[in-house]
Design a protein around this ligand. Structure first.
Ligand code: SF4
Length: 358
């Protein structure tokens, strides 16, 4: 696995550094997000917020703007909280101690293991979806990895593997652009890389696999059955109507309050038209009284966890603006809107609005 990784690792920008801050940012961005999406976000982030101290001191709206489009905004809030914690508790130096890394907001056992092993070559195990797939197939583990006992077994296996790697003393032949802190880093990354590029959920390329001779699932013809993920949660459809409300060349937007999904981000007034989630945007009925024209703008579809969300957006032109809209609302022209952080769906509505307003 170590040799295979050294020769087959993808050349990713965060693999050209051993800076724990840079590795931490990449690991958090990569949660629930594909590598090709993350690359430009990570590069821009590292240019604008190159270290813990700059992140800790950055205005929240700037940090949210850099994350805009990646979704799951709790991740970015925790990044800034953790940076502030590092400044307050570790004098701005990213901690080397595993337990101190694990204590950071938003950092779980997997992320702490990834940062500690990749940046510091600590023999800390990692277990994510890719590693689970490789291990359950290699050992033909038929029980669901979601079950506590199986999950603990997988963590023990991952621990034994990385500890074995720690004892590996031969130098690893290196890929020209790959920076490796040592064999623990290489082993952990090799497991993730094998799961991402060879031992894939569908059409695993077993003929290219460096451990095919040891793989029980391959031997038993059970590759496609494993891991046993059990029945999937049924998807739930939700539909929203969003309104790009215009008056005198300015559009009405509102900032989401604290304590809700996408808190602090901006959006067009909207309401859910299916189910019982959420409440109609304040003052929407009042706005519609003054609508001179209302025309369809676009339909945006996206998924968040098990929700399949459809946003139907409409462009409304008002003859006069209503009074007393509430302090969370602002009237802004397009350049002002582009400077604000929007949730992903509303960013797409804004892009469509900009196209139609040209
Ligand atoms: S042989 Fe196939 S199933 Fe087994 S670990 Fe390799 S890629 Fe995965």
């Amino acid at each position: 696995m170590l040799e295979w990784f050294a020769h087959n690792a993808r050349d990713l920008p965060w693999r050209r550094t051993l800076d724990p801050y840079a590795i931490w940012i990449s690991e958090i961005m990569l949660q629930q997000t594909q590598v090709k999406t993350v690359i430009p976000y990570w590069q821009r982030w590292m240019r604008e917020l190159p270290n813990v101290a700059v992140l800790a001191a950055a205005p929240e709206q700037r940090v949210l703007k850099l994350w805009e489009g990646l979704g799951y905004y709790t991740r970015v809030r925790n990044l800034q909280k953790a940076a502030q914690h590092i400044v307050a508790t570790h004098a701005g130096q990213f901690p080397r101690d595993f337990d101190a890394v694990l204590a950071l907001p938003g950092v779980g056992r997997y992320t702490a293991g990834a940062i500690s092993s990749i940046a510091f070559n600590a023999p800390a195990p990692i277990l994510d979806g890719n590693v689970i797939r490789v291990l359950t197939r290699l050992l033909a583990i038929a029980e669901s990895p979601g079950e506590k006992a199986t999950n603990e077994l997988l963590w023990r296996l991952a621990t034994r593997l990385v500890e074995a790697a720690a004892a590996h003393s031969s130098p690893i032949t290196n890929h020209s652009s790959l920076l490796l802190s040592g064999s623990c880093s290489a082993l952990n990354q090799s497991l993730m890389e094998l799961g991402a590029t060879v031992c894939t959920p569908q059409n695993a390329q077993c003929l290219l696999c460096p451990v095919r001779a040891h793989c029980a699932a391959r031997r038993e013809g059970r590759v496609d059955e494993l891991p046993n993920l059990g029945p999937r949660a049924a998807a739930t459809s939700r539909e929203f109507h969003a309104f790009a409300v215009e008056h005198s060349g300015k559009f009405l937007v509102a900032q989401r309050p604290g304590g809700v999904v996408n808190a602090g981000l901006w959006e067009f007034p909207n309401l859910e038209v299916t189910g019982t989630h959420g409440a109609p945007a304040a003052s929407l009925e009042q706005l519609l009284q003054f609508a001179a024209r209302c025309e369809p703008l676009c339909v945006v579809k996206h998924s968040i966890t098990r929700y399949r969300i459809t946003q139907r957006a409409f462009h409304i032109r008002l003859t006069r603006p209503p009074d007393d809209l509430g302090s969370q609302f602002r009237w802004l022209a397009l350049p002002g809107l582009h400077a604000l952080p929007f949730s992903s769906a509303h960013k797409r509505i804004l892009a469509r609005l900009a196209e139609t307003s040209r």
